[in-house]
Write a new protein. Structure first.
Length: 243
């Protein structure tokens, strides 16, 4: 096995005294784990940060063997790791991707979506500039893994207008008229989650509540549920930032 490709660092775990097991997300070959000799060294620690882009080279004698991985830094987002709110966002979105995706399966749309979110976090002067993109990435991840929400028409009437809620059971949109009297049992559907565009903070938090429900129910279950702690930290920091 020999693979050389750009990759987004998703997760780094110490292995032995000096090494690290790294999970990188490539566009054409999906998530690829590898052992980096000296990965905990002073030289490599700034390189092996989640959200950094590296040129990775994986080598293994067999497909079942953990590959030896060497990396060359392509783009660093280390500066954002020094800022609490962007750091929490980088931690969450990379941890989600690392936890949710199986290894060695290509998800080019997710790779491009993740790169877009990371670029937004890096470039936006405030969290409002990237929070909506994060919600849309979570929706894309649900869809790519087979748990997509049906936000095109009302699950009760088939109507395509005035879609304002989502059923927490079916994941289908519900029109404002069909939701009368049931609003408390449904999840709000912000417009930007369907049509894109800008969003204010109430809509962003509605979007985070929407995606958080289905991520917890369908993807981050059993042992993977621990990953949700990173999301909870991010949401709490966002609430404090806009209070």
């Amino acid at each position: 096995m020999h693979l050389r490709a750009p990759a987004i660092i998703l997760a780094v775990r110490a292995h032995g005294e000096h090494g690290a097991i790294v999970r990188g997300f490539t566009r054409d070959d999906g998530v690829q784990p590898g052992y980096v000799r000296g990965g905990r060294s002073r030289r490599l620690r700034p390189v092996l940060l989640p959200a950094n882009t590296v040129l990775g080279e994986w080598r293994a004698r067999t497909g079942e063997q953990l590959a030896a991985l060497t990396v060359e830094l392509v783009h660093s987002r280390a500066a954002r790791h020094a800022e609490p709110l962007p750091a929490a966002a980088l931690e969450w979105v990379t941890a989600l991707t690392a936890t949710a995706l199986p290894e060695a399966q290509a998800y080019p749309r997710l790779h491009d979506g993740l790169a877009g979110v990371l670029d937004a976090i890096e470039a936006a002067p405030t969290a409002r500039g990237w929070a909506a993109a994060l919600v849309r990435y979570e929706l894309l991840l649900l869809a790519e893994l087979g748990f997509g929400l049906d936000l095109e028409r009302c699950v009760a009437t088939g109507a395509q207008d005035e879609l304002a809620f989502v059923s927490p059971k079916s994941g289908g949109a519900v029109s404002r008229a069909a939701a009368i009297g049931l609003e408390a049992k449904l999840l709000p559907l912000p417009d930007f989650a369907r049509a894109g565009g800008e969003a204010d903070w109430p809509a962003i938090f509605d979007g985070l509540r929407l995606t958080g429900h289905f991520l917890a129910r369908d993807i981050l279950v059993d042992r993977r549920a621990d990953t949700l702690a990173a999301r909870e930290r991010l949401v709490e920091r966002l609430k404090r930032a806009v209070a």
